[in-house]
Design a protein around this ligand. Sequence first.
Ligand SMILES: C[S@@+](CC[C@H](N)C(=O)[O-])C[C@H]1O[C@@H](n2cnc3c(N)ncnc32)[C@H](O)[C@@H]1O
Length: 411
Amino acid sequence: MSKTATLTIDHLGARGDGVAKTDAGPVFVPYTLPGETVTAIADGKQAALLSVKTPAAVRIEPVCVHFETCGGCSLQHMGEDAYRAWKTGLLTQALAARGLDTSVMQPARFCAPQSRRRAVFSAISTEKGVLLGFQQAASNHVVDITECHVITPEIDAARPTIKELLATFLPAGKTVHVTVNQTHAGLDIAVEGKIAPEDSRKRAAADAVRRLGFARLTVNGEIILAPKRPLVAFGDVTVSPPPGAFLQAVPAMEEQMADIVTAHMAKSKRVADLYAGCGTFALRLAKNSTVHAVEGDGPALAALDRGFRDNSDKRLKTVTVERRDLARRPLTASELKPYDGVVFDPPRAGAEAQVREIAGSPVRHVAAISCNPETLARDLAILTEAGFTLKSVTPIDQFIWTPHLEAVALL
Ligand SMILES: C[S@@+](CC[C@H](N)C(=O)[O-])C[C@H]1O[C@@H](n2cnc3c(N)ncnc32)[C@H](O)[C@@H]1O
């Protein structure tokens, strides 16, 4: 049963919600800050903020009109220094909880607002037209944004034309996910959802793609039209990513991560890049090392392979590719013997099975990239217990105003 309560916020939880300690246990209040007294409607452990009675000194005006409605951001109300300290603390605490050496933490790198070149929007066609934005927290409701301070100005400016495009084929009432990747050839739009547009609608969509200047439109993997070949650059190596491809969120942060990783691999003649995606690290590393890139997603791996072959003028060393499910069938310690360097960049769940094999291998240099401090810390602890030395961990905040954090660890 919901009831109105006055709560004092003790700290921020891992998802960025304020946490009040009560006799009945912790209560999570989004959009609050440590030290604040607030009134909220509490329903069990979750509460909705009604008003802030005593604001924290670090509370600031959020930059976006949609803050607290749109589920995209959760921390715009926190002053920059406090936000940065909290973000870095997520990683320090995760490492400390696993008994890892936190003295090796490097200064965090923070991305600028309006720098995210990959966005996954939600969209729905309604009587009022197409709504395009992010889902409200803990709800299916699509917030039709009129501004966004996270995505690049190019993607933000394209919102009206993306809606115009979607209006040509979206049936009423079906929510779809719209991945927008900004590429050198223009915006690459991949729509996924329970829709099956008729041929006449596909033709209308194709006309709109051409008229509105998009690079490519795919619906549930089917290419509707691709007037331009989407291209991204990993260093000076260009790759055409598949529809909806995973790309690091912010190019400037990708550059910094790649610099850290390539410097650590400088003395490695043979490198295995595990969870390689379209080649973000592999194709940069190939300037100096022969690289074996392993990845579970076929289209991503094909893009990496073609990127290697198309860039024969870039003086790359040999890159070989292997499609493999590394959670079920990790590269074994014995398969890792020929490599003196290993890079791994798994999804949020981490790479436990793979890391156990690396732990038993003679590999000398390891770089771990992760978007989840907790699974990163678990995986690093496996390696340090096996005798690897943790040399540095660099927090990379490429998910501004969210509780998500990237990091690069070197061993
Ligand atoms: C965080 S992304 C990193 C991709 C790439 N390193 C980059 O920086 O662009 C994780 C990658 O792991 C791949 N992946 C997820 N689960 C996998 C598995 N079980 N085996 C192999 N690859 C997997 C995904 O397809 C994705 O490309």
